[in-house]
Design a protein around this ligand. Structure first.
Ligand SMILES: NC(=O)c1ccc[n+]([C@@H]2O[C@H](COP(=O)([O-])OP(=O)(O)OC[C@H]3O[C@@H](n4cnc5c(N)ncnc54)[C@H](O)[C@@H]3O)[C@@H](O)[C@H]2O)c1
Length: 346
């Protein structure tokens, strides 16, 4: 079915996931967009109903992805499907296949589609602070905030996958087939955000190593106790889901001429597990949180920076965090999570 030519058509992979859920709602608020959503899993009804079409399938399936891009004349790809950091350390080879193979598959197809239509397909990839690799707790404290170009030495398969995908995206958007005479002028328009830990009130995370904060919050909101798998002082950068969705929409819409690089850090605040627990206890005084660090997952968190510099994103496309830790709880997390659990059985 051809798209309405006046509209942009977004292919969204990983639509059944946490950010997929938020992003479909964010994209839907723009009525000049058609949404073609896909995931390996069945997409929940509340997300499905906001999409123009949904398809269950594997992002590594070249035939299916090609069919979706060609049939719908896709103009933008939000490629979210991935195995996250904890899951990826259990099955690193599968993670490589999905995280690298799936991204490469879509980049190749986006390149072919751009060339044949003479228009650049926009490709937005959420990357991660896991692409940074610090040498443990003390090094991390000494380094503090990191800029995009520093410490790109990931210690996980997930981080290595995402860093390579950033490089692939840059290659396809700037240097693809530079020696070929029939190269054409329309290359992929690739943009990527290195996301921090994302805190959502409406969905529960699975498979990530930043899950320790969202797990704490969801446990408190549902009257359950929580054992945090990192030590109280473990600190990384964070943002809430509405801020994450807004930043993905913003990077997807900004004119390419304003972008001086392909990959940008974004984050709203840095906080340790204890600092989050303290704020949480002010809002949920009965919350029961204890700390039993898991040495391996703690090691991964110790390799991630405690903060990221977002100056490039601010200068190039006006990125600005919306909330600090206290405001995030007051303005979003507490009201949204209470409303969420009032309307669901949890
Ligand atoms: N949530 C975070 O804190 C965070 C932080 C940094 C980056 N990111 C990135 O954002 C993106 C989305 O993350 P999320 O939190 O929504 O993760 P999620 O695990 O909730 O969602 C990922 C989705 O990808 C799907 N998927 C996995 N393998 C697939 C395959 N082979 N084919 C098709 N679909 C497949 C899963 O079914 C799942 O629905 C990921 O690329 C992740 O790396 C997330």
């Amino acid at each position: 079915m051809p798209s309405d030519p006046s509209k942009r058509t977004v292919l969204l992979t990983g639509a059944a996931g946490e950010i997929g859920h938020g992003l479909v709602h964010g994209l839907r608020s723009h009525d000049d967009i058609r949404i073609i959503a896909t995931d390996l899993k069945e997409i929940p009804e509340q997300t499905r109903s906001l999409c123009d079409e949904v398809h269950v399938g594997d992002v590594c399936d070249e035939g299916l992805m090609q069919q979706l891009i060609a049939m719908h004349e896709v103009t933008d790809i939000y490629h979210l499907a991935a195995l996250l950091s904890t899951r990826a350390e259990h099955v690193p080879e599968v993670a490589h296949e999905v995280n690298v193979g799936g991204t490469w598959n879509l980049l190749k197809l986006a390149a072919a589609h751009s060339a044949s239509h003479g228009e650049r397909v926009r490709f937005i990839l959420p990357s991660t602070i896991a692409i940074y690799g610090l040498d443990g707790q003390e090094h991390k404290a000494k380094v503090g905030e990191v800029e995009e170009g520093s410490y790109n030495l990931p210690k996980t398969m997930y981080g290595a996958n995402k860093l390579y995908c950033e490089h692939l995206g840059r290659y396809y958007s700037r240097h693809y087939r530079r020696l070929a005479e029939d190269r054409g002028t329309a290359l992929v328009d690739f943009r990527s955000l290195r996301l921090p830990g994302v805190i959502a009130a409406e969905t529960r995370p699975t498979g990530g190593t930043s899950d320790f904060v969202p797990e704490m919050i969801h446990a408190a909101a549902t009257g359950q106790s929580c054992t945090c798998f990192v030590r109280p002082s473990a600190r990384i950068p964070w943002m809430t889901m509405p801020e994450c969705v807004q930043s993905l929409l913003d990077i997807g819409r900004v004119e390419s001429g304003r972008l001086t690089q392909s990959v940008y850090n974004v984050a709203s605040f840095s906080a340790s597990a204890q600092e989050v627990a303290d704020v949480l206890l002010r809002h949920f005084p009965d919350a029961r949180i204890d700390f039993e660090p898991d040495v391996n997952r703690q090691g991964i968190v110790d390799s991630w920076p405690e903060g990221v510099c977002t100056a490039r994103a601010a200068a190039d496309w006006g990125y600005a965090p919306r909330w600090n830790l206290d405001e995030a709880f007051e303005q979003y997390i507490v009201p949204a999570i209470q409303s969420h659990y009032a309307h669901t059985s949890g």
